[in-house]
Design a protein around this ligand. Structure first.
Ligand code: AAO
Length: 459
């Protein structure tokens, strides 16, 4: 099977991380479809180690490829895929295929297992093992290995997770069988977890065994000077662009006027056409190098920028509210309960400014950035050809000014907050951009709209 082209006209992906299947289905028909999102990324659907709801990360430790998981059972998963398709969305599953669980003995689906022993699926010969494969006597990847050799990064164990011997025929077939089962249920593509830790040749072989043309984007975190680089994976799929969110954090806590040249020419970044971008994901929101919902307005503005800028396939991320970085989502007996926006769950994807910019993103596709203006370090404005124009104010005071918008004369709706903007015969608009706010207009969106309020937690 060939690798599919990136998603088409509607390509914004809502990453509903840790949401149960019933809640994803509800969100697809109730919010994501109507707002113009093109896809939804869901958490790993396979059976896994259970830590009984105490932590979020047990789902990254597969126990079996059957589909009873922390997020629901197979029929709920299949119903979710159908509902999301009916709402016009593609469904991308987080595929954990580099490894099997490295701890524990029981799964959400009620299976028993031990390390290197997953009955009916894998046994000891299916794993990379010690010096013959990995090269380290403890079989583990150490921090220093990243800058060392690909052999250590790809054949040793990531945090002690049983590392599948993906050069082996049986293992390749078993992984492809799992991906094909998901494709048969309607899944449209995959986030390949920990792709950096599987040789790209092995992954290419496995992808070639998968039916249809799933969209594949791979988690290969860029690190300067590392032996394994994202560019080694762009021949077999797209990659998650980790530099994107790092730079946005740096600039939204510094000088957003620097973003004028943001993209492939910046250190470590891949071509936009090979990249899935995100301001935050479940790992980076728990780290220090990216913005997260805890950054309040700066986080929302960075997401608005992402949807306006002409680079990559954007993701809008939403997980659960947290203070303990290891704690799991709201659950009952370990199984995740329905997501309630504003009560334990973040729902930036519903924010009126964000959904307005999803529409903007879809409307301006194919138009280059033009009319760049940055009157100071906190205020930027640009158009996408003659299709849309945005200004973002990351400062603590409002900014009044006159900008060239690139749009025809008319009165337009501000799709990020309501109210109207008048563009004169020379394409200019005189506006006052609120502190930590934005104004965006789209050709064709000229009807007036009631003002809306933002609902992002600014704690
Ligand atoms: C859990 C326990 C462990 C236990 C293990 C096994 O926490 O104590 O040993 O079970 O029993 C998640 C959790 C893990 C959890 C695991 C399994 O995060 O804590 O372990 O589930 O339950 C590397 C990988 C990358 C991976 C990331 C976490 O390359 O693929 O580590 N991400 C994915 C998932 C993640 C998940 C797994 C993989 C496993 O998204 O949620 O783990 O399925 C550098 C390297 C990166 C490396 C990081 C962290 O990055 O470049 O490749 O990621 O270090 O080791 C700067 C640097 C950059 C650096 C970055 C982050 O920006 O420039 O180079 O900081 O530190």
């Amino acid at each position: 099977a060939a690798q599919a082209a990136p998603p088409g006209d509607k390509d914004v992906i809502a990453n509903l991380w840790s949401w149960n299947w019933n809640s994803v289905a509800r969100e697809c028909s109730g919010h994501l479809g109507p707002a113009g999102y093109g896809g939804v990324q869901v958490s790993p659907p396979q059976d896994s180690l259970t830590r009984g709801g105490a932590v979020w990360w047990d789902v990254y430790q597969p126990a079996d490829y059957t589909l009873t998981s922390k997020f629901g059972n197979e029929s709920q998963f299949a119903a979710m895929v159908r509902t999301c398709h009916d709402a016009g969305l593609k469904v991308y599953a987080d595929a954990v295929i580099n490894h099997m669980t490295g701890q524990g003995s029981t799964s959400y689906g009620g299976r028993s297992f031990g390390k290197y022993n997953y009955p009916g699926l894998y046994s000891a010969n299916d794993f990379h093992y010690y010096s013959e494969d990995c090269g380290n006597s403890d079989n583990l990847i150490h921090d220093g290995d990243y800058g060392g050799s690909a052999r250590n990064v790809q054949n040793c164990e990531l945090v002690g997770l049983s590392d599948l011997e993906t050069e082996e025929e049986y293992v390749r077939g078993a992984i492809a069988g799992y991906l094909n089962r998901l494709v048969a249920l309607g899944v449209d593509g995959f986030r390949i977890d920990a792709a950096k830790h599987t040789n790209p040749g092995d992954l290419g072989n496995i992808y070639g065994r998968v039916s249809g043309s799933p969209y594949i984007y791979q988690e290969v975190i860029y690190g300067g000077g590392e032996a394994v680089q994202p560019g080694q994976y762009t021949g077999i799929g797209d990659v998650l662009e980790f530099q994107y969110g790092r730079y946005l954090r740096e600039k939204f806590y510094g000088n957003i006027a620097d973003l004028r040249t943001f993209g492939e020419t910046w250190g470590g970044m891949q071509p936009g056409g090979k990249s899935v971008t995100f301001v935050a994901n479940h790992d980076t929101e728990r780290g220090t190098t990216a913005l997260s919902y805890k950054d309040g307005a700066a986080y929302r503005l960075a997401n608005l920028f992402q949807l306006a800028w002409n680079y990559g396939t954007p993701q809008v991320y939403d997980g659960f509210t947290w203070s303990d970085r290891e704690a799991g989502p709201p659950h009952s007996g370990g199984f995740v309960t329905d997501a309630v926006c504003g009560s334990g769950w973040e729902c930036l994807h519903r924010d009126a400014a964000i959904t307005g910019m999803v529409g903007f993103h879809n409307a301006v596709k194919g138009s280059a950035v033009a009319n760049w203006s940055a009157p100071n370090a906190n205020v930027i404005a640009f158009s996408r050809g003659a299709k849309g124009w945005i200004t973002i104010n990351n400062g603590t005071g409002s900014y009044a000014g006159t900008f060239a918008t690139g749009l025809p004369a008319g009165t337009y709706t501000n799709v990020t907050g309501g109210g109207t903007v008048t563009v004169n015969a020379s394409g200019q608009a005189a506006v006052s951009v609120p502190a930590k706010g934005s104004i965006a207009i789209v050709a064709g969106a000229t009807s007036s709209q009631a003002p809306v309020t933002f609902n992002v937690n600014a704690s």
